[in-house]
Design a protein around this ligand. Structure first.
Ligand code: ITT
Length: 190
């Protein structure tokens, strides 16, 4: 089993990546390497923020690692919340407030089209590599389901009549933005 550091403090993301990468990897989170800082995500792109997080860990803690940044892009909101998805309602990491604001801002919109995009930055030695993953879908009018996290209760992937929060982890990971990006990461690591 190989050790690999995932530069995240989000326990849900860590759990998803552990499931996707499977038994070949021992995935360590920031807490596991003694990093309890909130790494500032100051870039204006997903790539930029993923790179900041990966570099932060490499430079201060010395580990080769990967980091992801994920955004929900809603067509009727000109791509918002996008890179600001975690802070959409102002206070960072308040998913209930973010989802409530999203539904409010879409209340008079018929175009519900949206997508999740994940960018993963992998740093190995001096080398930085990026992979991404996208899943297309739509935003429901109400919350459905209690699995997953973040915007999952209002995101219905195309071709399904349930939200990500109504799917089990395996079904979500098989088609999700993070699942698709992580499959590419697994190929890079192999
Ligand atoms: P780290 O930066 O510590 O990795 P984070 O929670 O800040 O964790 P992101 O910036 O990547 O993670 O996430 C942006 C927002 O998008 C955040 O509010 C998440 O709840 C949401 N999000 C990310 N992945 C998601 C997923 O698979 N399903 C639903 N919402 C998701």
């Amino acid at each position: 089993m190989k050790d690999i550091v995932f530069a995240t403090n989000n326990a849900h993301k860590l759990e998803e990546i552990r499931q996707i990468l499977g038994a070949d990897y021992n995935v360590l989170g920031l807490h596991d390497i003694g990093c309890d800082e909130d790494i500032p995500e100051t870039a204006e792109t997903l790539e930029g923020n993923a790179e900041i997080k990966a570099r932060w860990v490499k430079e201060r803690y010395g580990y080769d690692c990967f980091a992801d940044d994920t955004g929900l892009e809603v067509d009727a909101l000109a791509g918002a919340p996008g890179v600001y998805s975690a802070r959409y309602a102002g206070s960072a990491h308040d998913s209930a407030a973010n989802v409530a604001l999203l539904l409010k801002n879409l209340s008079d919109k018929d175009n519900r089209k949206a997508r999740f995009r994940t960018v993963i930055a992998l740093v190995r030695g001096e080398e930085m590599t990026f992979v991404d993953g996208v899943v297309e879908g739509s935003i429901t009018r109400e919350l459905h389901g209690s699995n997953g996290f973040g915007y999952d209760p209002v995101f219905m992937p195309d071709g399904y009549d349930v939200t990500f929060a109504e799917m089990d982890a395996e079904a979500k990971n098989a088609i999700s933005h993070r699942g698709r990006a992580t499959a590419k990461l697994r190929d890079l690591l192999a």
